[in-house]
Design a protein around this ligand. Structure first.
Ligand SMILES: Cc1ncc(C[n+]2csc(CCOP(=O)(O)OP(=O)(O)O)c2C)c(N)n1
Length: 310
């Protein structure tokens, strides 16, 4: 779990640098600071189980088993990328590992996940769906419709809300009048809980319980995990809606990687040397991914319209 969290952070720090060097175009939404939700929530899932993701989806993909080489190539717009270089950051999907894909439309992953869970139930396929979304998504109709249908049909789905306190530049305090997003599940008769999303073990524990319920035919669960994105909403965000002190506080006190590392060292499961070895291993994997992406070809003009559906 520690390795995966470190890999996610390194991937995003690397793509940030490549963006600054002009090697990646468009925009991207980084999940640095939120690594524990992605990794912890995917631990109880098998390869056959599915996830749906959001515009901030690099971490979810890596946690579900999608490889950084193909992801890096996709971000650099190369034909070896998961969408042959035509989708970019917000459209990474990898059906081989049950990653049904990221989605740039806020809350659109919820009905897709609910549909996949309905398929699993109707065809008796036995897989569970875990659907990631942000706190802002819970103000969309798609969230409410999906929860209602999943509840009345007892679908095998886990609704996993990453509450990072902001939706773009809107603070959650200005956007909803309730204390906990989890309370919204109660309205649909769905067991719901609020957890610390920066404590990876707490995330695993809550998701394990929810996945087991789903697998046993007991229906959906809503998990609200508190976390924080260290960077702005996207590349063009000056972060005027929050203070630097608030950011510093989360970085210093609630860094999910530092917290888990300290815990493992305290319990004599990890040594500083082993941690440094993990850092080196992550760096090697990342260097290989960048090299692979940079040496890959851009899609040719002849394939401009291939695999494009809109
Ligand atoms: C339907 C729709 N409305 C608005 C947008 C613009 N938009 C993109 S991300 C975002 C905020 C989403 O916030 P949240 O769901 O909390 O996710 P977070 O960015 O915090 O991870 C908005 C409003 C969009 N992409 N789709």
């Amino acid at each position: 779990m520690l390795y995966d969290m470190m890999l996610i952070r390194s991937f995003e720090e690397t793509v940030e640098k490549l963006f600054q060097q002009g090697k990646i175009h468009g925009t991207m939404h980084l999940c640095i600071g939120q690594e524990a939700t992605a990794v912890g929530a995917c631990v109880p899932l098998t390869k056959e189980d599915k996830i749906t993701s959001t515009h901030r989806g690099h971490g979810h993909s890596i946690a579900k088993g999608t490889k950084v080489k193909g992801m890096m190539a996709e971000l650099l717009g190369k034909e070896t990328g998961y969408c042959k270089g035509k989708g970019g950051s917000m459209h990474i999907a990898d059906l081989d590992v049950g990653n049904l894909g990221a989605n740039g439309i806020v809350a659109a992953g919820l009905p897709l996940g609910t549909g996949a869970a309905l398929t699993s139930k109707m065809k008796d396929l036995g897989y569970v769906v875990l659907c990631f979304f942000g706190d802002g998504s819970t103000n969309e109709g798609a969230f409410h419709e999906s929860l209602n249908l999943a509840s009345i049909w007892d679908l095998p789905i886990v609704f996993f809300c990453e509450n990072n306190l902001y939706g773009m530049s809107a603070s959650i305090k200005e956007m909803t009048n309730i204390q906990n997003i989890a309370d919204r599940g109660i309205a649909y008769g769905i067991p719901s809980e609020t957890i610390d999303g920066n404590d990876v073990l707490e995330v695993v524990k809550a998701t394990e319980k929810a996945v087991e319920r789903a697998r046993n035919g007991e229906g959906p669960t809503l998990i609200e995990a508190h976390t924080y994105r260290w960077r702005g909403h996207s590349r063009s965000d000056a972060r005027k809606y929050r203070t630097r002190e608030e950011e510093k506080e989360w970085r210093k006190m609630r860094d999910p990687i530092a917290l888990f590392k300290e815990q493992l060292i305290e319990e004599s499961i990890l040594t500083e040397t082993e941690f440094m070895e993990l850092e080196n291993k992550v760096q090697v994997e990342m260097d290989e991914a960048v090299e692979f992406a940079e040496n890959s070809k851009a899609p040719s003009l002849e394939t401009l319209e291939a695999d494009i559906y809109a």
